[in-house]
Design a protein around this ligand. Structure first.
Ligand code: PLP
Length: 383
């Protein structure tokens, strides 16, 4: 047996190495986890069971049930003024399959994808599997880790075809403002870029307001809005994602997904429609819980020796600056894990712009966060 060449050199990521080390150690307080700590609400699980009992146990339409796609449209119109119709929606196996399908549908070998650092790591291999190149844009903390038009213009080449946006951002927890989005939109227009807008953390913006990129004038026809149920509705294990975008692209994504999964789990689909229609109040409740946790943690971080942390904006991530400790991100994270049993992730796991930062996920109870901050404070004091 010989593994295909393109998979031979896949090294274990720093993130995986840290998670593996964490599992082998006792008593680790793990602030590395990127999923909500809340279980799926029981009425959503009941909706899945009811769908099964009502006969939704057969192959679904590969694009997704019409009523579920309609629930996606209603949700985005109600919450973010994004107008769409069900033929502009495809359901996918997690948000991850949305970006994978979109890249497969859009990229030829030799095309290039603009990726804003720090970025969600999984995009990298999705781009590489298309034989496409990466154009990385470094960003700065003082600009909220959002690119300026000039940063983008510096790296754009004639091969650039797609720009990936992610606001609120994993790993920085920062939210791109409307003004900055308008600047990015002007660049997309000028260089004829198609935008994959990953808005999976849209329900968790506590400073300012989430702006859905496709609602910026002129952007609807050049944007695929990607999201899913994982973070907003605490349904990571259900693997439900979706994309909203131009029909021509949605059709190709549907054809590709039919060769892979032949549609999305029927009961998970129906439960998602129920959740999208009925859980807006819960979204606000959880957004506020995450906001309280993030404000607490950033407050504590800013009192620690040699650490600073920008105010929390969205998602459930903080990206504190550790540069004054003199350690690299990687050394800081490993040392704190080994000596204080607090697990975080190095900023460099998300691209070079992450050097000098660590990612903290506020996806643990306040109790755990308090204990972790006590330990981290002592750790920084002793450095
Ligand atoms: N996009 C971002 C920015 C993420 O952080 C994640 C998960 O961590 C995903 C997409 C994929 O989520 P899922 O495949 O669970 O929908």
């Amino acid at each position: 047996m010989r593994i295909a060449d393109r998979f031979i050199k896949t090294p274990a990521s720093e993130m995986i190495r840290i998670f593996q080390a964490t599992e082998k150690m006792d008593g680790v307080l793990n602030l590395g986890i990127g999923e909500p700590d809340f279980d799926t609400e029981h009425d959503i699980i009941d909706a899945a069971a009811a769908a099964g009992k009502n006969g939704f146990t057969h192959y679904p339409p590969t694009q997704g049930y019409l009523d579920v796609r309609r629930a996606v449209c209603d949700y985005w119109k109600r919450r973010h003024a994004l107008e769409s119709t069900p033929d502009e929606v495809v359901l996918t196996t997690g948000g991850l399959q949305s970006s994978y399908l979109a890249m497969q549908a859009l990229l030829n070998p030799g095309d290039a994808v603009i990726l804003i650092e720090p970025y969600f790591t999984q995009y990298i291999s999705q781009v590489e599997l298309c034989g496409a190149g990466l154009l990385r844009v470094e960003t700065k903390e003082e600009n909220g880790f959002a690119p300026l038009a000039s940063d983008l213009e510096k790296i754009i080449t004639p091969s650039a075809k797609i720009l990936i946006l992610n606001s609120p951002c994993n790993p920085t927890g920062r939210v791109i403002s409307r003004e900055r989005m308008e600047e990015i939109a002007a660049i997309a227009e000028k260089y004829d870029l198609f935008v994959l807008s990953d808005e999976i953390y849209e329900s968790m913006v506590h400073k300012g307001k989430h702006v859905s990129f496709a609602t910026i004038p002129g952007m609807r026809e050049r944007t695929l809005t990607m999201s899913g149920m994982s973070k907003s509705h605490c349904m990571t294990g259900w693997r439900v994602g979706y994309s909203i975008g131009p029909v021509e692209l949605i059709k190709v994504m549907t054809v590709i997904s039919a060769t892979q999964t032949f549609g999305l789990n029927t009961m998970a689909q129906k439960a998602s429609a129920y959740a999208l229609d009925n859980h807006d109040a819960k979204l606000i409740e959880r957004r506020d819980i995450f906001a309280d946790r993030m404000n607490y943690v950033s407050g504590r971080l800013n009192k620690m020796k040699n650490i600073t942390c920008a105010e929390a904006e969205g998602a459930f991530y903080l990206f504190p600056n550790i540069k004054k400790t003199g350690l690299t991100s990687k050394d800081f994270v490993w040392k704190m894990l080994e000596e204080s049993r607090v697990a975080t992730l190095p900023g460099t796991a998300f691209g070079n712009s992450g050097e000098g930062y660590i990612r903290i996920s506020c996806t643990r109870s306040m109790d755990v966060l308090i204990q972790s901050m006590d330990k981290m404070e002592l750790f920084c004091e002793k450095l």
